[in-house]
Design a protein around this ligand. Sequence first.
Ligand code: MG
Length: 264
Amino acid sequence: MTKFVRFSLDKSTPPTAADRHSGVRYGVLDGETISEVPSLFEFDRGTTHGLTSVRLLPPVSPSKIVCVGRNYADHAKELGNAVPTEPLIFLKPPSSLIAHGDKIIYPPQSTLVSYEAELGVIIGRRARNVRKQDWADYVWGYTCVNDVTARDLQKKDGQWTRGKGFDTFCPVGQWAVPANEVSLNSLRVQAFLDGEKKQDGPVTDMIFDLGDILAYVSHFMTLEPGDLIATGTPPGVGAMEPGSSVRIVIDGVGALENPITSEA
Ligand code: MG
């Protein structure tokens, strides 16, 4: 499995400002060593760095993060929602992105912050009006996403921008894997809170598969290379508290772990 990472040699840069400085590099991770590559889409390896000597960044820098709500029937039911008849799409802002290991900040406006383990799809080339059967031509690869949600604010606001959009509410990574190295239909999406398994659903349980999602979204919005699609969460979502740590695991894709803290 080829593990593509984005990183910086500047370990002092705040996570939410990582895209605003010039030191972003790409690499392939082998064990504890990163070999630099020209971009997420290129495999030619160069200078090496030790994993502990760099600051990992989210593996992609999307122009937008497109999310699918209620895409597993048992998750829709657990929150008392109807199963949708067409994909339910919302956006998270790029300012919500953080990398593996970065802190999820528990916002003072909320008293119910939840994890949502999701398979992340990385777009490989510009996609507009994609036919369902052609979806794979537009996918570069996959990663793990935590669609962190302030559930109380999501309900209170009537729309989801605030509840889904706080800074640090989109952990992604810790690496990205090319699509041709992933056996999509065998994947399971799992979440562990302080080591205890909370979510475990096969991606084949998605109501709308990747063809449905790419066709639906690309018929109203152009997808650009590097854009990220979070494909929905299986049942088992729940509250997490400051001091805890949440780990998203998709065997065959990777793992992503982040601590939760109340400190700003
Ligand atoms: Mg979600």
